[in-house]
Design a protein around this ligand. Structure first.
Ligand code: HEM
Length: 497
C-alpha cells in the first residue's frame, strides 16, 4: 500500500513538473514564432549547432523564411532577426533599448566581470570607455598619427613573404603572418612595441598569448551551452577552464601595465596615458579598467582584421581574373617604383570593392555581437521582453537573393553602384556598432593592396581553395590558408634592396 502511494506521488510530481516545464503555457507576450516546441530543461539548446549563422538561416527557412523568430535555449529567450527592415527597426527606433549585452561566462571572466567596452551595459561607464578609446585610437587624428606603424608592419609582412619567394614560387602559411601583422599594429598603438613574431624578444610569451587568444576566440559569442544551462558549466568544467585562461591572460596584461609603470621615462602610448589618468583619478582608472581596455583592443582588433584578410586572399586565389584586375589597377595608378601608400587607396576603387565584397560574404562577426533588451519592446509587431538576447544574422542578410544579385558569387563589380555599400552591415550599426571600422578599413586595404602589388599568387593545388568556415560563432576559414607566392621585381627594388 505504502509503495503504491509512493509511486503515485512520484508520478503526480513528475506530471506537474513536466506540465510546468513543457505544458502549453499561455505567455502574456506575443513572441515571434518558434521553429519547434522547446524540450524540457534544455529548451531549444539542441538546435544551436555550429556554425551558428548557418543553423539560424535554416531555422528561419523552416518557418517559411521568417524574418524574425524566437528560440528558448535553456533559461534564456533569444530573438533572431534576418531582414533589413527589422534590423533597421532594431537600430533606429529601438537602438537604446537594444544597446545592452547579455552576460556570458567567457566575458565575465576574461572581460573583468563584463566591465569592458564590448561587454558593459549601455550607460555612463560604457560611454566613457568609448570616449577614451576614440581619443587614444579611433579618431582620424590618432589614426593618421599611427600611419607609420601601419606602413612599417605591412613592410614586415612583405619581407616575411619574400623570404623564400624571390627566385620562384614558395609555399606560405598565411594565418600566422596575418596575425603577426595585426597584433603588432595593435600592440604598437597601445604599448609602443612589437610583440609577436620575428624580431621580437619575447617569442615564447607571445606564442602562449596567441594560443590563449585562439582558445578564447573559439569560445566567444553566443554558442556556449554552459551560458544557457549553468549546470553544464559545472559538469563540463567549462567555467573552470575559462577561469584558468582568464587568470593566465590577466597575469600577462598586468605585466604589461607594470612594465610601463616602472618605466621612468613616460612614453606616449595608450597605456602611458591611462596610467597618468590613474594618478589623478585612481578610483576610476584602476588597473582592472586599464587591462579591460587593452584586452578589448587585442580581442576585437587583431583576429578580426587578420581573418578578413585571409578571406580576401582565399577569394583572390580562387578568382585569378579578379586578382589580375586589381594588380593592373595598382600598376597603372601607383607604378613599379614605389610601394602602395595608404593615401593611394582612395584612388584604387577596384581594390576597395574587393574589400567590400569580402566583408559582404565573410563578415567575421556573422550574427554581430549579441545585444540584449533593457526594457520590453516591440519588433515587427511582436513583443520582445526585457532581458531577451538579440542576434542579427547579417551573414544571411548579405546573401539574401531578394536583395543581392547572384548573392553567392564573389563579384566586387557589384559595388560600382555606390548605393550597394549601404546594405553592408559587417561592422554593425547604431550605438554599439564597431568603433574600429576606420582602422580596419585602412589596414585591410593597405595590406591587401601591398600583397597584390608585390607578389604573384597561385593556389597550392589545382582545386579551388575550400571556402567553408570553422564551426564556431565567429567566422574564419576552416583550414588555415596556404598559398604559393612569388616576389615581383618591385620587391627587390623597394622592399628587400
Ligand atoms: C574587419 C574588421 C572588423 C570587423 C568586421 C568588426 C566587426 C564588429 C562587429 C560586427 C561588432 C559588433 C557590432 C554590434 O554588436 O552591433 C564590433 C564591435 C566592436 N569592435 Fe569591431 N570589427 C572589426 C575590427 C575592429 C577593430 C580593428 C577594433 C579595435 C581596434 C574593433 C573594436 C570593436 C569594439 C571595441 C567593439 C564593441 C563596441 C561596443 O560594444 O560598444 N573592431 N566589431
Amino acid at each position: 500500500m505504502e509503495t503504491h502511494f509512493l509511486v503515485l506521488s512520484l508520478a503526480f510530481f513528475v506530471f506537474i513538473a513536466l506540465k510546468l516545464l513543457y505544458g502549453k503555457r499561455k505567455s502574456k507576450f506575443n513572441l515571434p514564432p518558434s521553429p519547434a516546441r522547446p524540450l524540457p530543461f534544455i529548451g531549444h539548446l539542441h538546435l544551436l549547432k555550429m556554425p551558428l549563422h548557418r543553423t539560424l538561416l535554416s531555422l528561419s527557412q523552416s518557418l517559411g523564411d521568417a524574418p524574425i523568430f524566437s528560440l528558448r535555449p535553456g533559461n534564456r529567450l533569444m530573438v533572431i532577426v534576418s531582414s533589413y527592415a527589422i534590423a533597421e527597426e532594431c537600430f533606429t527606433k529601438n537602438d537604446i533599448v537594444l544597446a545592452n549585452r547579455p552576460e556570458f561566462i567567457v566575458r565575465k571572466h576574461i572581460e573583468y566581470n563584463s566591465t569592458t567596452m564590448t561587454s558593459a551595459p549601455y550607460g555612463d561607464h560604457w560611454r566613457n570607455l568609448r570616449r577614451i578609446c576614440t581619443l587614444e585610437i579611433f579618431s582620424s587624428h590618432k589614426l593618421n598619427g599611427f600611419l607609420s606603424v601601419r606602413h612599417d608592419e605591412t613592410r614586415h609582412l612583405l619581407l616575411r613573404l619574400s623570404k623564400n619567394s624571390q627566385h620562384g614560387f614558395a609555399k606560405v602559411e598565411m594565418r600566422n603572418l596575418l596575425f603577426e601583422l595585426t597584433i603588432n599594429n595593435i600592440f604598437r598603438m597601445i604599448a609602443g612595441k612589437r610583440f609577436y613574431g620575428e624580431g621580437t624578444e619575447q617569442d615564447e610569451v607571445a606564442s602562449q598569448v596567441r594560443d590563449l587568444l585562439d582558445e578564447i576566440m573559439a569560445s566567444a559569442g553566443a554558442g556556449n551551452a554552459a551560458d544557457y544551462l549553468p549546470i553544464l558549466g559545472w559538469i563540463t568544467n567549462f567555467e573552470k577552464r575559462i577561469k584558468k585562461l582568464a587568470s593566465r591572460l590577466d597575469k600577462f596584461l598586468q605585466s604589461l601595465v607594470d612594465e610601463k609603470r616602472a618605466d621612468k621615462e613616460k612614453g606616449n602610448t595608450m597605456i602611458d596615458h591611462l596610467l597618468s589618468l590613474q594618478e589623478t583619478q585612481p578610483d576610476y582608472y584602476t588597473d582592472v579598467i586599464i587591462k579591460g581596455i587593452i584586452v578589448v583592443m587585442i580581442f576585437a582588433g587583431s583576429e578580426t582584421i587578420a581573418w578578413t584578410l585571409e578571406w580576401a586572399m582565399l577569394n583572390l586565389l580562387n578568382h585569378q581574373e579578379i586578382l589580375e584586375k586589381a594588380r593592373t589597377e595598382i600598376d597603372t595608378k601607383v607604378g613599379f617604383d614605389r610601394l602602395i601608400d595608404e593615401s593611394d587607396t582612395t584612388n584604387l576603387p577596384y581594390l576597395q570593392r574587393i574589400v567590400l565584397e569580402t566583408l559582404r560574404l565573410y563578415p567575421v562577426a556573422p550574427t554581430l555581437d549579441p545585444h540584449m533588451t533593457s526594457e520590453d519592446c516591440m519588433l515587427a509587431g511582436y513583443d520582445v521582453p526585457r532581458g531577451t538576447m538579440l542576434l542579427v544574422n547579417i551573414w544571411a542578410m548579405h546573401r539574401d537573393p531578394s536583395i543581392w544579385e547572384d548573392p553567392e558569387m564573389f563579384k566586387p563589380e557589384r559595388f560600382e553602384d555606390e548605393k550597394e555599400k549601404q546594405k553592408l552591415l559587417a561592422f554593425g550599426v547604431g550605438r554599439r556598432a564597431c568603433p574600429g571600422i576606420g582602422l580596419a578599413n585602412r589596414l585591410v586595404t593597405l595590406a591587401l593592396g601591398s600583397m597584390v602589388q608585390c607578389f604573384e599568387w597561385e593556389r597550392v593545388g589545382e582545386e579551388y581553395v575550400e571556402s567553408r568556415e570553422e564551426p564556431m560563432t565567429l567566422m574564419r576559414p576552416e583550414t588555415p590558408l596556404l598559398a604559393m607566392c612569388k616576389a615581383r621585381p618591385i620587391v627587390h627594388k623597394v622592399v628587400v634592396g
